[in-house]
Design a protein around this ligand. Sequence first.
Ligand code: ATP
Ligand code: MG
Length: 499
Amino acid sequence: MSSELFKIPKEVADVAKTLENEGFEAYLIGGCVRDTLLGNKPKDWDITTNAKPDKLTSLFQNTFYENDFGTVGVVNEDVSDETLKVVEVTPYRKEAAYSDFRRPDSVSFSEKLEDDLARRDFTVNAIALKLEVQTKVSEYKGHLVDLYKGRADIKDRVIRAVGNPNERFKEDALRTLRAIRLSSELEFRIEEATEKAIIEFSDLLKHISAERIRDEFIRILMSDKPMEGLNLAKRLGVLIFILPELEAGSGIKQNKAHSYDVLEHSLRTVAHSAKKKFPLDVRLAALLHDIGKPKARRWSKEKNDWTFYGHDVIGSRETEKILKRLRFPVKVVEKVVKLVRWHMFFSDTEKITLSAVRRLVRNVGRENVWNLMDVRSCDRIGTGRPKESPYRLRKYHSMIEEAVRAPISVSMLEINGGKIMEVTHETPGPRIGYILHALLEEVLDDPTRNTREYMERRAVEFSSLSDEDLKTLGTKGKEKRESEEEKELEVIRKRHFVK
Ligand code: ATP
Ligand code: MG
């Protein structure tokens, strides 16, 4: 057993030390050891110990029960790093009988580290690290307990089941999807016997809860290589249990403008969304934007080609069904449904009038319109054509900016029609409109005039004018508003170099 140096945060090492000072064993375990060996930053820190849950809660000041498996979260309040806020400590476990392909029927604690390592899913996740002494800030001498040669598999970049793969996937079918998720995140391949076992037992995924599937699916999507992950899921027969609707796009030829079938196009689209590091909802929309295509496809004799009319509408309904089934939060469902529903908008060149863009902004939501553009740009890359016509793209951007900006209008004024009638004793009629526009012209000339006092005083003054004079002033104000409005739009268009 040779010692080596490991970079470990003090907050984590201290939890292990506290346990050891009380005479218990404590090992860092799982993803944090794997990621440390890879030189990656762990997403969370897990410790495994022979201390029991009640002991853990009494030993540490601030703790809570994380799940039904005896895991206790030890809380570090005053750290800024999110990954150090909770260190998860779990007693050694061995898993009793499995009867439903998911959870063990009962959790039993064990006295031995070996039992705990044997119940873990993959060799790269079954390496334990024992810390010995601190050598520097965040550096410790320690040694590995690596009973399943996980370190060699990390070096070879291989995901391999611990022990007999068939048994391991029968015990908990979620592991089939975890293997794919890890492969996708770490860019490791899956070892042959493990892969064969996934193919054989993937149908047991139907016993797994939608929430657990969703969480692994999200991680595939958020990895740098979701296209590879989802292709692997397809090849190993797992995709059909997560997203059969996506798999239905396999072999669905598109029209002549496309080089790829619907599935490959969808995967290439999501690949680009990952390359751009877009957030989850955009990646979901990128993946699902054409989900309605298999159902919408019709052969057109006139065009001598396939058409997909209505696939955006059908697709948004399918998207809602899928995301609800996977128990995504309502907010995510609503947003992705909108992005899928309106993803065709910018393909339709004839529709590009400012008022059509305004309508779009109302439909998709001001807060989502830029995400819609992102989905669209991924969609274009996903067709295999490298570039959007740069002019068109700039034009869209310009028009969205034009559509979302607040227009110049009398509603900007620190006074309204009601207030004008109150201070001037005018009665409802065209004079009120003229006064408002005359005031607007003054504010456009000098924005500092837009105060309640100034507005009220000037309203009273305008109110003393004859109908004719007031109309002249009001009309001048309207013209001024229109020319200022046009100037602002020009500024936007110039910025985007479009007409
Ligand atoms: P990350 O922290 O990056 O998500 P991880 O490998 O730590 O990766 P977790 O879900 O945090 O994944 O699980 C922690 C550890 O628990 C794993 O490394 C593995 O040893 C074990 N584990 C998790 N889920 C299972 C499972 N379904 N079957 C067997 N062992 C599991
Ligand atoms: Mg982890």
